[in-house]
Design a protein around this ligand. Structure first.
Ligand code: ADP
Ligand code: MG
Ligand code: MG
Length: 252
């Protein structure tokens, strides 16, 4: 379970506070969504949970299964089962997709449960099948020359191989056509279990037609201003953030 208490985060480069007293709890087995206007701190929050050195926690706590994350390095957080699909996935020339995924899987495994090359390749192929990823993909360099949709699919493939306890998916639906959106949703739904939870960050309720969330949160002005069910996403799609702002009497 992920627990965030009264979190304040500032950008190191500018000292600007972006996350301003955010509370969030995601129990095991649940899919939560954060919606919110541009520039409200959603990506900052996701990168802070993963331990990016571009941001500093000035007060508050983040913990996973009772382990305080604040001072842990990114790889230690990954070993606790946290995975982040970034809004803008990185391209790395010289590293093949297959080698990157194998390194990520090995980093998460103990020497006992480390898959053999054959087991790894079989798991990879079955997941590539499910995500409609062509065979030649494995030998291509990490995200290099990938379209927006291919990058997002690749992030979902990585997630399915690493099998995290918590997957944070930052705008995994952005720039996807309807077929790619369905494939990405299929990957997320295939992960659903009592031991898996997810935080999906999105601008639109489109993905919520395919992935049914347990809770929808709205983030504005650096904090969660309201939470509810799917109806909240539908209201937002109808009335926009301005209407919600008025209804809640917010001055942000
Ligand atoms: P969102 O994901 O909700 O659109 P972001 O977290 O990306 O919002 O950004 C929140 C605010 O912080 C924006 O004003 C953005 O320009 C600023 N910001 C985020 N990261 C950085 C950074 N590394 N350097 C400078 N400004 C940043
Ligand atoms: Mg944005
Ligand atoms: Mg963002």
């Amino acid at each position: 379970m992920l627990t965030i208490n009264d979190l304040h985060v500032q950008i190191n480069e500018t000292n600007e506070e972006v996350v301003k007293g955010l509370d969030l709890t995601i129990p095991d087995g649940e899919i939560h969504v954060i919606m919110g206007p541009n520039g409200t701190g959603k990506s900052t929050l996701s990168q802070t949970i993963m331990g990016s050195d571009r941001y500093s926690i000035t007060s508050g706590d983040i913990s996973m299964d009772g382990n305080r994350l604040n001072d842990l390095a990114t790889d230690e957080r990954a070993r606790l089962g946290i995975f982040l699909a970034m809004q803008y996935p990185t391209e790395i020339t010289g590293i093949k997709n297959v080698d990157f995924i194998r390194a990520a899987v090995n980093a998460m495994s103990t020497s006992k449960n480390k898959p053999s090359v054959l087991q790894f390749m079989q798991r990879l192929e079955s997941r590539m099948d499910l995500l409609d990823i062509p065979e030649d993909y494995t030998n291509r360099y990490l995200n290099e020359g990938f379209s927006g949709g291919e990058k997002k699919r690749n992030e979902i493939l990585q997630m399915m191989m690493v099998e995290p306890k918590l997957a944070i998916l930052d705008e995994i639906d952005s720039g996807l056509d309807i077929d790619a959106l369905k494939v990405v949703s299929k990957g997320i739904n295939a992960m659903r279990s009592d031991h898996f939870s997810s935080l999906i960050i999105t601008h639109y309720d489109r993905i919520l037609r395919y992935v049914k969330p347990d809770v929808v949160h709205v983030m504005m002005g650096g904090k969660i201003v309201t939470s509810g069910g799917l109806e909240l996403a539908e209201q937002l799609e109808q009335g926009g953030y301005a209407e919600l702002r008025d209804r809640l009497g917010l001055d942000i």
